[in-house]
Design a protein around this ligand. Structure first.
Ligand code: ACO
Length: 345
């Protein structure tokens, strides 16, 4: 269902969006692969323990895509669930935006592959890359197309198969990540205010702190790059941790300030699910009570661009978020990139 309501957006909490046509999240959907990899499974691969992983990260298990199951497969399944929840058919979709750092291949884009899989023949399609912050970046881009009345229905996806770039011999990183996908249908829906604000940021000077050095134009795949394990994730964990807390806190505060909201008015804070200690540090400094914060990383680990979309889908599905509730999403990822969004569900 789409409309072309011409009323200006008059929600006083959302000055940021004042001039545009309001953009709502009509529904969300998510998908995770069936295979569960527990901390005990990882004890068989590297020198680690369930105790170390759980204490340092809060992760108990994660999902791993099957051999031959690619990011577009996860993304298409999440998209179909979001479409069903929003009662939107494939031919209604005007645009597909997929946020991913693990595309099926360098080109064509994963969004084009999803377009074919879900049969959205009318849709334009492109990918964006902002690592774990990708879903919020994609939401903001999708929202602009709704606000400007360029498109009526935008499918936004956050999907990653990080297990395809994890070095299974590196205990510093292989315990952290998992695979998954989350999707949202953006539309203008009368009576629903949806996205109230989105704040985005980046610091490219920190690019080498968390990266996959090989496989691009700087270091194309070669015998040498393979031998040097350049196609896997490299991360300075402590530096990432410190920066993540500062950036997520600043973005979360800015989003609340823009909407003239106090944290006590937020029904559910959904942070990027990377590390429980990061989530607790950010939540505490934002002044959020533990019961306001939604956490599911114990079951999925860090699913990168899928992370907050997957958590939002679960929060809605289990009734933790009700229509009319205010939600704060806060994210952080490689780049470094970060962002926060306030949503009126
Ligand atoms: N099992 C056992 N020991 C380990 C493991 C493991 N899996 N991994 C590291 N260690 C060891 C280290 O080698 C180190 O040993 P050493 O002192 O002998 O050198 C020791 O544990 C402590 O390492 P620290 O780096 O101090 O551990 P820390 O408490 O910082 O936790 C962690 C490490 C979990 C990686 C943490 O720094 C972190 O979560 N950082 C942020 C990571 C993150 O969130 N990344 C993604 C964000 S962006 C995105 O999503 C792409």
């Amino acid at each position: 269902m789409t409309t072309s309501a011409r009323k200006p957006f008059r929600n006083p909490r959302a000055r940021h969006n004042y001039l545009g046509r309001p953009c709502s999240i009509a529904a969300v959907g998510a998908y995770v692969p069936e295979r569960v990899v527990t901390n005990a499974d990882l004890e068989q691969l590297v020198e680690t323990s369930d105790e170390w992983i759980f204490t340092r990260t809060g992760i108990k298990e994660r999902r791993q895509a099957a051999a031959g199951e690619a990011t577009s497969d996860l993304a298409a399944k999440a998209a179909q669930r979001a479409m069903a929840n929003a009662q939107v058919s494939a031919d209604q979709i005007d645009l597909i935006i997929t946020a991913t750092v693990t595309p099926d291949m360098p080109f064509p884009s994963t969004s084009c592959l999803v377009q074919q899989k879900i049969g959205a023949k009318r849709a334009a399609a492109f990918d964006i890359e902002a690592a774990c912050s990708g879903f919020i970046y994609a939401l903001e881009i999708g929202q602009q197309f709704i606000m400007s009345r360029t498109y009526d229905t935008v499918l936004v996806i956050g999907a990653d198969k990080l297990t395809s770039v994890v070095d299974w011999a590196d205990r510093n990183t292989c315990v952290l990540f998992g695979d998954g996908a989350g999707a949202a249908i953006l539309q203008n829906r009368p009576g629903s205010h949806g996205l109230l604000t989105v704040c985005l940021g980046a610091d490219g000077s920190k690019g080498d702190v968390l990266c996959v050095p090989g496989g691009g134009s700087r270091l194309p795949a070669s015998t040498q790059s393979l031998a040097q394990r350049q196609h896997y994730i490299r991360m300075d964990g402590r530096e990432t941790f410190k920066y993540a807390v500062q950036a997520m806190l600043a973005a979360g505060k800015e989003a609340l300030t823009r909407c003239e909201l106090d944290i006590s008015q937020i029904a559910c804070v959904i942070p990027h699910q990377a590390n429980r200690r990061i989530i607790e540090a950010v939540s505490e400094r934002l002044g959020a009570r533990p019961e306001q914060v939604f956490i599911n990383l114990d079951r999925y680990g860090n699913t990168s661009a899928a992370s907050v979309a997957l958590a939002l889908d679960e929060a809605v599905a289990c009734g933790r978020v009700q229509r009319g509730d205010l939600i704060l999403l806060v994210v952080f990822g490689a780049g470094f990139t970060w962002g926060a969004a306030v949503i009126e569900w």
